[in-house]
Design a protein around this ligand. Structure first.
Ligand code: TXA
Ligand code: MG
Length: 333
């Protein structure tokens, strides 16, 4: 049985017991919900891969509370990373450093690096402080499904598979943390998120961005996998391809396929009464709603026709990355 409990002294004590015994607990963060286990405990970490059905070569992020000394986990923290820590932590930024090999090797799938994150969500901080252990945690969804931004989303994916979901309400950020490689001369973004390239450049002067090419070696192994996919068929069009999107909608609807258009708010007036779900107006709003909207769509639609928002850069880089991974693989699948 899976319990959903508000975060208080009782649920935290329960969570701690589960973690100490080598189990997994779902907990809120400001980005998405995580599925956490003791990072020192190999069997517990293996359990996470098993619960999610996650490929065993996709490494996990270690989460710690804000007063935890990460110097015991990683080494060679460059000056620019100190500045970024100062500016953005606690918050939705994950930093990859050389590992000291203190945590179980299955956390990083045998890589010599370790990804570390200090979430800002008060519930996450309470949980991490209470257990006072580094917690290895991927997003708390079944592998390749849409990430969860509420306790109910976690339950929908993991009911009966974990004993406890700590309920910290809806995640405000909505897309996963920025993953930043801090092992080189300059920081390099491996996964875009709410801490944007522009924000990092402003703080430390330079920031690279790693683009994974199909079939190549992935610096962040998560990149090469299909992700964030709703359970129905999907199609994706550019912001300037609205006519094509509407044609597909009409064709499929005529065949009796339940179709929904997923788009930004400014497009709604151009849809001529077709059924839609709105992502919202601002990039931050779209990030915060994206996964909940994808989960809402898949409940009723057989086909989601996504129309990409027009704006680019900043937070939209992360939104577009997730939206195209979720809906970008063509509608014939
Ligand atoms: O916001 C988040 O980051 C959420 C919450 C729960 O904290 N977590 C999350 O975890 O999104 P997950 O497992 O779904 O994604 C982790 C990403 C993957 O793309 C993985 O490849 C990358 O981080 N990663 C982990 N360790 C790495 C490492 N040592 N080097 C490079 N990339 C790494
Ligand atoms: Mg994930």
């Amino acid at each position: 049985m899976t319990e959903i409990l508000e975060i208080d002294e009782n649920s935290l004590a329960f969570a701690k017991r589960i973690i100490k015994e080598g189990g997994a607990v779902a907990f809120p963060t400001e980005t998405v919900y995580g599925l956490g286990a003791n990072a020192f405990d190999t069997a517990a970490v293996n359990g996470i891969y098993k619960i999610k059905g996650r490929p065993s070569d996709n490494p996990l992020i270690v989460h710690v509370h804000k007063d935890y000394d990460i110097g015991g986990l990683v080494r060679d923290i460059p000056q620019y990373a100190e500045k970024l820590k100062e500016e953005f932590l606690p918050g939705p930024l994950t930093m990859v450093f050389k590992s000291r090999g203190a945590v179980s090797p299955v956390v990083s799938c045998g890589l010599d690096t370790l990804a570390v994150r200090v979430p800002s969500h008060s519930g996450a901080q309470k949980f991490l402080k209470y257990v006072d252990l580094p917690i290895a945690a991927p997003s708390a969804n079944i592998s390749k499904h849409v990430s969860p931004t509420s306790a109910q989303h976690v339950l929908a994916d993991l009911e009966g598979k974990i004993p406890l979901i700590l309920d910290g309400g809806r995640c405000s950020g909505g897309i996963e943390s920025t993953v930043l490689d801090c092992t080189g001369e300059i920081p390099v973004i491996l996964r875009s998120g709410l801490v944007t390239r522009e924000m990092i450049e402003k703080t430390v002067g330079a920031c690279g961005e790693y683009a994974y090419k199909e079939g190549g070696v992935a610096r962040s192994p998560g990149m090469k996998y299909k992700h964030y996919s709703p359970s129905c068929r999907t199609a994706m069009f550019g912001w300037n391809e609205l006519q094509k999107a509407l044609e597909l909608y009409d064709e499929e609807t005529a065949k009796g396929v339940k179709t929904l258009i997923l788009c930004e708010e400014s497009v709604i007036s151009l849809l001529g009464g077709r059924k839609y779900v709105s992502l919202g107006k601002t990039p931050e709003e779209m990030a915060s709603r994206l996964y909940a909207k994808l989960r809402e769509c898949e409940k009723t639609a057989e086909l989601i026709v996504a129309v990409a928002p027009e704006e680019r850069g900043g937070v939209m880089a992360g939104v577009m990355n997730r939206l195209s991974k979720a809906c970008g693989n063509g509608y014939e699948r």
